[in-house]
Ligand binder design. Structure first.
Ligand code: BJW
Ligand code: ZN
Length: 279
């Protein structure tokens, strides 16, 4: 495996210059150097909180207080974080190349804040900055909400910082409720396991894919284990794309970041690598 070295980035840059249609698939590693925790990596969220058991509709029904504290802490971290050089490099590429799209699994909103044009950005797992009513009578209405504390009980001081801090047992009536119907509890506007991804976004991606051959697929800071997002890598390959993986951890696993036999492997922090290889 080739690591991040000049020869490697030279052949990549040659291909990039020839590439018209490019798809980037991004994951939590994109925001790591902004100080946001990843899911499965070192210090990943799923080690300190059992996120498998938190990012499901079943967990929310069972213990909305716990799940809301988890998301409240992550909202506060995301709203306080700043986009890094990797977000900026992708935003710059999308301004330069209107045939480039970013499919991001991240819910932190850092790509839009970096100036990534929204029509070229597909946040397929939703956004921490949205909340939606859980009542069918309210048609699950979704709202933007950038408040640091959704309710006083979910204020920064009440959010569990790590696994050692016991989450509080917040009474139901101190959790967020719908401003419209008043009876529906609000939930984070993100996509949990066993839930379908937003159809309009999936259709938009499919339309872009169907427009012709794809030249390049960038796999950035993701383990590529979560579907259907991971599936875009193979779809790009079927449409002729060559694949570049940019990841902090590159090992001998032939199935790395959801990719079999990537054409380029760049090992390191994408906030350092992307500005270099995409310029
Ligand atoms: C760096 C770095 C640095 C660190 N620089 N790199 C087909 C096959 C098998 C299973 C399924 C399938 N289809 C569906 C499923 C089930 C399921 C699934 O995929 N399960 C797998 C785990 C096996 N999928 C679903 O349920 C999806 N829904 C669905 O398919 O609906 C249809 C349906 C419905 C009902 C029945 C049947 C079908 C929904 C998936 C939703 C995922 N949601 C989450 C939570 C979002 C909200 C939240 O943020 O809390 O999305 S889970 C979590 O994983 C989150 C992430 O977006 C996602 C991906 O994680 P990611 O981004 O890859 O993060 P990490 O931590 O894993 O990796 C970070 C990487 O960065 C590492 O590699 C580091 O090395 C690297 N890194 N620092 C560069 N500085
Ligand atoms: Zn409602």
């Amino acid at each position: 495996y080739i690591e991040h070295d000049p020869t490697n980035s030279h052949t990549f840059k040659t291909h990039l210059l020839k590439s018209k249609r490019i798809l980037a698939l991004c994951g939590a590693g994109l925001s790591a150097s902004s100080g946001l925790a990843t899911f499965r990596g070192a210090g990943g969220l799923w080690r300190t909180h059992d996120a498998m058991s938190l990012a499901t509709p079943q967990a929310f029904v069972k213990d909305p207080s716990l799940v809301w504290q988890f998301y409240s802490a992550r909202r506060q971290a995301a709203f306080s974080a700043k986009p890094n050089a990797a977000h900026l490099a992708l935003a710059a590429l999308s301004v330069k190349n209107k045939d480039f799209i970013t499919v991001t699994q991240n819910v932190d909103g850092l790509s839009p804040r970096a100036g990534h044009p929204p029509e070229q950005l597909y946040p397929v797992h939703g956004a921490l900055s949205t909340v939606k009513c859980t009542s069918v009578f309210c048609s699950y209405t979704e709202y933007n909400n950038f408040k640091m504390a959704l309710t006083p009980a979910l204020g920064p001081t009440r959010a569990p910082a790590d696994a050692d801090t016991q989450p509080a047992n917040i009474p139901l009536n101190e959790l967020p409720f719908c401003p419209k119907c008043k009876i529906g509890m609000m939930r984070p506007g993100v996509v949990w396991f066993n839930e379908t991804l937003p159809n309009d976004l999936l259709e938009g991606i499919d339309e872009w894919i169907d427009q012709g051959p794809i030249d390049l697929c960038l796999v950035i800071g993701t383990t590529g284990k979560v579907w259907p997002a991971a599936g875009y890598i193979e779809i790009c390959k079927e449409k002729g794309a060559r694949v570049a993986v940019i990841n902090m951890e590159i090992n001998d696993d032939p199935h790395l970041g959801g990719v079999n036999n990537a054409d380029w492997l760049f090992k390191g922090d994408c906030a350092q690598i992307l500005p270099d290889i995409l310029q």
